[in-house]
Design a binder for this molecule. Structure first.
Ligand code: SAH
Length: 340
């Protein structure tokens, strides 16, 4: 019998990514990491707590052990590893639930067709309407989406507060700010700052409900509307974080132009996105770019030169870039001064 070649092994390993991701997402959905955090449990005890079949659950647990999320001892007790502990609520559980949620899983099956014909995104092919229209119609899916974005953003919020000097500012608006993850951090760090969360009306409602649960004393103003039409004005800084990658250049430019027109003199637009790298490297931003293709169709990640062009077309110029956590970068932009 011939041995599979390294190339074959590599390909088979890559293909198994789907099974591993599905296993992690199921673990997150069931709450396995939360249940095991206080003390190790047997498969039978865990199954009882989670309302699962013990034999079936043991098959999932075996995979989670193999991937380094759990360890099992001779008594058959499962304990969580540091990697597995990341699947707890308030860590990355919400992100893992989102990755495996049915409404996010089905569009990926449409990827090849969406590459043949870009008229409709993979998400639209699967659901019949674009992402944000879908979220307006499905409060359950909207909660899964916004909690995942919140989990993703929590890792970057503190770094963002350190990467720019907010101390002298009066008013900051987070444009398409989701559940207000960045502003929650910003108001704690800079009590003098008036912070405004701006998003679609349904998201502002969810943000209020979210704060009622997590931070009832949150000191954040809210405003709702369409960022292609207007943003709350004026402000010393507009934060535009992981928003531009949802849109093609024409729409992204419009958002930036609306922000530029509302800026106070001396103000800045603070863009947070990942940057596409040149060459053949394994680049997490390239994967995020595919996620944008699936979810938003024309939305895409950008390289630094692409951002410079976008900013130029919106009457802005790039002042500086700073690295943040998780591969994201802060791009600090200011109104372009006409040169003669
Ligand atoms: N900035 C947040 C959320 C990014 S997700 C973060 O990084 O954590 C993109 C956000 O854009 C969503 O919250 C979505 O509701 C918002 N959005 C999409 N279309 C919008 C529109 N037309 N007007 C205002 N907000 C919009």
């Amino acid at each position: 019998m011939s041995h599979p070649s390294d190339a074959e092994q590599k390909l088979l390993q890559l293909l198994s990514g789907k099974w591993v991701t599905a296993a992690l997402a199921a673990a997150a959905e069931l709450g396995i990491a939360d249940a095991l955090a206080p003390a190790p449990l047997t498969a039978a005890q865990l199954a009882q707590r989670l309302g699962c079949d013990a034999t079936a659950l043991a098959r999932l647990l075996r995979v989670l052990c193999g991937e380094g999320l759990l360890e099992v001892d001779v008594e058959g007790c499962y304990r969580i590893t540091p990697v597995g502990a990341q699947l707890r609520s308030g860590q990355l559980r919400e992100l893992a639930r989102f990755v495996g949620a049915p409404f996010m899983w089905t569009p990926w099956a449409e990827l090849a067709d969406a590459l043949r014909d870009t008229q409709r995104s993979a998400f639209e092919r699967a659901h019949g309407h674009p992402l944000f229209a879908h979220l307006d119609q499905s409060p359950h899916d909207a909660a899964v989406y916004h909690q995942a974005v919140d989990a993703f953003t929590r890792r970057q919020a503190r770094a963002l507060c350190n990467a720019f000097d907010f101390s002298g500012l009066e008013r900051v608006v987070d444009v398409g700010g989701g559940l207000g993850t960045v502003l929650t951090e910003l108001t704690q760090r800079f009590p003098q700052l008036a912070c405004v969360l701006y998003d679609r009306p349904s998201v502002i409602e969810q943000a209020r409900a979210h704060w009622a649960r997590t931070d009832p004393s949150a000191r954040i103003e809210t405003d709702s509307g369409d960022f292609f039409e207007r943003v709350p004005a004026p402000a010393d800084a507009y934060i535009v974080k992981h928003v531009l990658h949802n849109w093609d250049d024409e729409h992204a430019t419009r958002i930036l132009r609306v922000c530029r027109e509302a800026l106070r003199p001396g103000g800045h637009v603070l863009i947070v996105e990942s940057l596409l790298l040149p060459g053949n490297v394994r680049d997490a931003t390239a994967l995020l770019d595919l996620e944008m293709l699936v979810l938003c169709g024309a939305g895409h990640e950008r390289s630094k030169p692409q951002f410079r062009r976008l900013l130029h077309d919106a009457g802005l110029s790039l002042v500086a870039t700073r690295p943040l956590a998780g591969g994201a970068r802060l791009l600090i932009a200011a109104p372009r001064v006409a040169r003669d």
